[in-house]
Design a protein around this ligand. Structure first.
Ligand code: BGC
Length: 736
């Protein structure tokens, strides 16, 4: 495969250990495993995060994804020298720790296979080449495969291979698992671990089989059951080993997860690595068949676009409608594996357009958590359903109320769980988009409508009548630097959109499925008085707008704060907020991320204008006002700016923003990729290309249309989307 499908590391780079562990994550939506080494490395941040398996460890403020027992370990010694990624250079020719003469790591984006090749000289002087390969099967998400190929390049080394499961794992410091068994099974043909999370009580079973050309024995070292083999490898010969592991949890089976894992490991090992790989790769080919974007004329962005799409795909649940995509995917401990609006407005749209079954799963995750949203609304004195800002398996609000201790010893109150309420509308927006693009009326009638209508009911009870207009106080819009503000234009305008949508939807449902309409009217108490109230809120909602400058006002009072042009703070390697400090930033016009610009991305021309100005002019004015004030303190920001700038015809600016977004993780230009991938930025990249540069949209007649505005140096852009059950391919070219 071409290098436009490969992420590579040439030469071991220990200073980027954690960054690369994140980039080299493999996964299949069921779980993600960071790119740590089979033999381990001091200070590594190994994790296998199984989607949906949360646990609340003692002393922690909120639950987090519990990293599973480690299935990766394979330890190799060559003439007694353990293979390690040696970082020291030695002045002796035969240092006791050996010498790493060559190292190359490749993530194959086309097949989701991670491969590492090393050339290693043992203390004895013998040299071996070792190739490690691994993948998390996309064909059967419970199956994890490893293959190791060892070749004697110089001499006849004595090799020892130990393949094990490690029950002694931590989430950085928290210990979530009580290991109930670490065993040798099937008369030594199998090893297994049974464990349970300490607080949430999920049980897990993991079993491995080892396929070796030399006899292996099974034994146990504490919580580490292992296979062990030792042999002399003749000069220039190779030996291939396979370790096939299966994982189940009580989320997946009513039987014993260990029994299920054992049965699966037995079957899969009998089939063998090659067959498992062929099936897995075929599934990947299906993914790319619709999800790939081809960019000709810009290799860096081509690769980055595939890389970001890969990371959305490996985190997206294909098998389960009770899972979503955590903000850091399944690739790191950041945000504790919690689910935010990042899913509905960033990672879900590419799934809606290219993998609608996955998008449906993601929306069903919210449907199944309406109880949590209803609980949050009623606990706060509102009606209907108010989704949590941060969500986990339960659907209850899981945003921590306090930050960790800051360098000055203080803690910061986190208000997003209280006041970042726009998430309910973001979810409704995603349901509506799914419906428009897929035409899945049945989904809408059975599930989607209930989400949209019950969250509309929440807003109906949330809007406050002040004098002759409705207002919404105490909000946090997308720009989280400004907390607890009244009348965020993003919130108020999206609420109007939401209530309008709810009324239109109910009208449609009454015709399409009168039974479902009647069911929901009764269940949600959608009386004529309530619907009239919604109409009144729509008509009289306060939309902050400056009639002299012809701009939407982010919130009243915004322009009375200190103006700080963010572009003056260059070159900077950190956010303006980090430079000014939290307390000063919140008193300035510095914006964390796309806010009014986000509103323009979502509503486009439908954002409207409360005066006579042409909407195009207002949109341009909004851009000219808010872009220079934006810090891009969140990774969610640049891709949305790219999208909107492209639609406004500012292609060069759009490209700068896009290029930045596409490389956030590869270049670690936020400095925190060790904590996991920025899922929303990844999904945003796809949207910036398809909705921004290509301008794909559904026109007034319900037809798909594009209005391409490509960066000058892009020769061609092609992509495929599903529209109402049909695959449609689009290609745009720049004139030569
Ligand atoms: C952003 C939010 C986002 C969250 C999780 C925050 O820094 O401001 O918009 O939902 O990160 O990615």
């Amino acid at each position: 495969m071409s290098r436009l499908w490969e992420i590579q590391e040439f030469g071991f780079q220990p200073d980027k250990l954690h960054h690369l562990e994140t980039l080299f994550t493999i996964g299949n939506g069921y779980l993600g495993t960071r790119g740590s080494f089979e033999e381990g490395f001091p200070g590594e941040s190994m994790a296998t995060l199984i989607n949906g398996v949360y646990d609340h460890a003692e002393g922690m403020l909120v639950p987090e994804l519990a990293s599973a027992p480690n299935w990766l370990p394979i330890q190799i010694t060559v003439d007694g020298t353990p293979l390690k990624m040696v970082t020291k250079t030695s002045d002796t020719m035969l240092p006791p720790e050996g010498i790493l003469f060559g190292y190359e790591r490749t993530l194959h984006l086309d097949t989701g296979i991670l491969e590492r090749s090393v050339l290693f000289r043992a203390a004895s002087g013998n040299v071996v080449r070792i190739i490690f390969q691994r993948f998390a099967s996309l064909h059967d998400v419970h199956v994890l495969c490893q293959r190791v190929t060892i070749t004697a390049i110089d001499g006849d080394p004595v090799i020892q291979v130990k393949a094990l499961l490690d029950g002694d794992t931590l989430n950085l410091t928290a210990n979530h698992w009580r290991v109930e068994s670490a065993e040798i099974l099937a008369a030594g043909d199998e090893i297994g671990i049974g464990a349970a999370t300490r607080e949430s009580g999920y049980t897990l079973g993991m079993a491995s089989r080892f396929v070796s050309p030399y006899p292996a024995t099974a034994s146990k070292d504490g919580l580490r059951p292992q296979f062990d083999t030792s042999f002399t490898l003749p000069f220039q010969e190779s030996a291939i080993f396979e370790k096939i592991t299966a994982i189940y949890t009580s989320r997946d089976t009513d039987e014993s997860p260990l029994a299920a894992a054992r049965e699966k490991a037995r079957q899969a090992a009998a089939e063998g690595y090659s067959l498992l790989e062929a099936r897995h790769s075929a599934e990947w080919a299906n993914y790319w068949d619709t999800s790939d974007i081809e960019i000709v004329g810009d290799d860096a962005c081509q690769l980055a676009t595939r890389f970001t799409t890969y990371h959305v795909l490996i985190a997206a649940p294909r098998h389960d409608e009770n899972l979503s995509i955590p903000a850091k995917t399944l690739s790191g401990f950041g945000y504790k594996g919690h689910i935010f609006w990042d899913t509905e407005l960033f990672t879900l749209p590419p799934m809606t357009l290219t993998q609608p079954d996955i998008a449906r799963n993601l929306l069903m995750y919210r449907y199944h958590r309406l109880a949590g949203a209803r609980h949050k609304a009623s606990a706060n004195g509102y009606e209907g359903a108010m989704y949590p800002w941060e969500s986990t398996d339960t659907g209850e609000e899981t945003t921590p109320q306090w930050s960790d201790v800051q360098p000055d010893g203080s803690k910061i109150r986190i208000w997003t769980g209280d006041h970042e309420q726009h998430i309910s509308t973001d979810i409704a927006y995603a349901v509506d988009q799914f419906w428009r693009w897929t035409g899945d009326d049945e989904f809408m009638a059975k599930y989607g409508a209930e989400i949209i209508l019950d969250t509309a009911k929440f807003w109906g009870s949330r809007a406050e009548l002040h004098g002759d207009r409705y207002e919404i106080s105490q909000q946090i819009g997308p720009d989280e630097y400004h907390e607890n503000i009244d009348n965020s234009v993003f919130v108020n305008r999206m609420v109007v959109w939401h209530l309008e949508m709810a009324l239109t939807l109910l009208g449609w449902l009454r015709i399409y499925s009168p039974t479902d309409a009647a069911r929901l009217v009764k269940f949600l108490d959608l009386t004529p008085a309530r619907l009239n109230h919604w109409r009144d809120v729509i008509a009289r909602m306060f939309i902050p707008f400056d009639h002299e400058k012809h701009i939407h006002v982010q919130f009243p009072g915004f322009f009375e704060m200190e103006y700080i042009p963010t572009e003056k703070y260059q070159p900077r390697i950190t956010s303006v907020q980090a430079i000014l400090g939290h307390h000063r930033t919140i008193q300035t016009q510095v914006i964390k991320q796309a806010d009014v610009v986000m509103l323009m991305a979502l509503l486009g021309r439908k954002i409207g204008t409360p005066d006579e100005t042409a909407v195009e002019q207002v949109m341009q004015n909004n851009w000219d006002t808010y872009f220079p004030r934006c810090d891009h303190g969140s990774s969610l920001s640049p891709a949305m700016h790219a999208w909107v700038a492209a639609r406004l015809g500012m292609v060069e600016t759009a490209y700068e923003q896009f290029d930045h977004a596409a490389h956030i993780d590869l270049m670690d230009n936020k400095g925190n990729v060790r904590d996991g991938m920025h899922a929303a930025a990844c999904g945003g990249v796809w949207q910036a290309v398809v909705f921004g540069f290509a301008g794909l949209h559904i026109d007034e007649r319900g037809e798909l249309a594009v209005t391409p505005r490509l960066p000058k140096h892009w020769r061609r852009l092609s992509f495929t989307v599903n529209y109402r059950g049909e695959k449609r391919r689009f290609t745009a070219e720049n004139p030569r």
